[in-house]
Design a protein around this ligand. Sequence first.
Ligand code: CO
Length: 652
Amino acid sequence: MTSQTATSTAPRTPAAHPLDPLTADEIAAAREVLEAEGKVTEATRFPLVLPDEPDRHTVLAHRDGHPVDRRIRVTLLDTQTGRAAEAVVDVSARVLLAYRDLDAASDGQPPLLFEEYETCDEIVKADPGWRAAMAERGITDTSLVIAAPLAAGHFGVAEESGRRMLRSLTFLRCSESDNPFAHPVGGLVAEVDLVERRVIRLIDTGIVPTPAECGRYEAEFNGPERTDLLPLEIRQPQGPSFTLDGPVLRWQNWRLRLDFNAREGLVLHQIAHRDGDRHRLVLHRASIAEMAVPYAEPDPARNWVCYLDAGEYLLGRNANTLRLGCDCLGEIAYVDAVLADDLGRPETLPNAICIHEEDTGLLWKHTNIFDNFAVDSRRSRRLVISYIATLGNYDYGFYWYLYQDGTIAFEAKATGLLQTSAAEPGAGSPYATEVAPGLLAPFHQHLFCARLDAALDGGGNTVEEVDVVRLPTGPDNPHGNAFTTRATVIADSGDGGRTADPAAGRRWRISNPGSLNRMGQPVAYSLVPESGPLLLAQTGSPVAERVAYATRHLWVTRYRPERHYPDGDYPNQHPGGAGVAAWSRPGEGLEDTELTVWHAFGPTHLPRLEDWPVMPVDSCGFALRPTGFFDRNPALDLPRETGDGSGTHCHA
Ligand code: CO
């Protein structure tokens, strides 16, 4: 493996392991089986094609060399009738296992097709009402206009029920390469029925001047470039310290399986850490299963804006092909992803996943002042597994980190362009920052949801909420200095939704009561949150109903294979109440059993002038830190560094 070589994840045929990524042949076979069953017409599209992953018992029961049943879950959409269906195809036996029609009004809509972005633009620009409204704003040439394809949400409007819809905001450009978000057209929303192919309602709240100033971020508009930056090279002359064997990634004591799907993008399976001669499982599966971006403006032209970038737009399908030296620096291995296009045909996204090592400073150090100031230290290195997806104006980097001390961490990096609206220059807004004259960048949140199938040492797991607590001054605490911890078991599904408390140092300890460390305590990892604001939309609001997962920082639910996504299987135009909200009714015991831990996190973004015209990375994330999982510091065996390269150890 070299930095120049893309590594294919394509497994041998037939698949060797139940969790191997889907292959092009398997995706093609799913479509062929559906064609043979008469389920595919000229109008059929494939908005969602995903592996139908076996449950964890099936995976654990698998033995190398034994045959594997491979299944694909396909969502079909008839673009002429709007009817949708879900099928499960066994692509090993080439048979249709299950097929059911979806009821759009109650099940929700399949995610958006790429071709519907074009459809939306065509429908809006052909609409006489929209053309008249644009003419009133002085715009008759619409060739450079963008009619943005925006997820419609669900607001209980009877005439919208069951329709496959988008809402469209309009942006202008001065040229093909211009930044459209510099020129939002104010007060205008076209509501589009994608099946009837017409605008069903036009909201025009009145003319607002369209901001004229360009928002170009490219070098040719922002020169001269700095000349005082000298080369910084990252070299690994003997190559990186990880190995990839198909989808199996090994680094230091870590081992996991890589996967990549259309909806969640990167998925890590069976994350295990070697401890002596044991491979100890930590997580059965880890992904970012949703991200909601709700906006704060209450006016009728904007009060519906909330995007679900996984459930409505698909993170994986919108992933970038990464470029060496730009997106990732150093000794890189890239892995391709194989997904299905709108027609259900396999397509390869080259260089979708980036794997590399990073120096992260000091791991541990001590100067022994009692022994001639003897120094011992080790540097920390982490393995980075990442991808980047572009969703409209925003670009998101998704970074999983594995550390040598047993820590697993995740970081999301948001960059790209701000979503914008227009106002009278200087008028300002209580819901937005005016980033250029008349150009508002509305307040909004990015609310990610990590899905973590806990599996510490396999077996049953328990989650406790752990706070630090002060103790009252008294006979046992005469100086009032005492403090301790209070651990509360999350015992029932009805108590599974938890809120962070930074003042209490609150963290959630995931343990295995059947596996004890050398001090006789259950082995554990702690989820350490960043504790930002939760969903700010009102309880009971349409957004809160659909994005209920973001009303708590943590949810603990019983693991069930059909519990995939925190906002349900089809959140597009879904009325709400699906996902963790439904799985957190009281009555399911959560102690010493198989659990899924859902963690909601992310920035509440109050745009700054410095976020325009392109946004410096804003990052957020969480960590899973071993807490008595190991019997001692697991990084004592790291080799000593050779310091300046002279061969002299840093150790003195
Ligand atoms: Co933002």
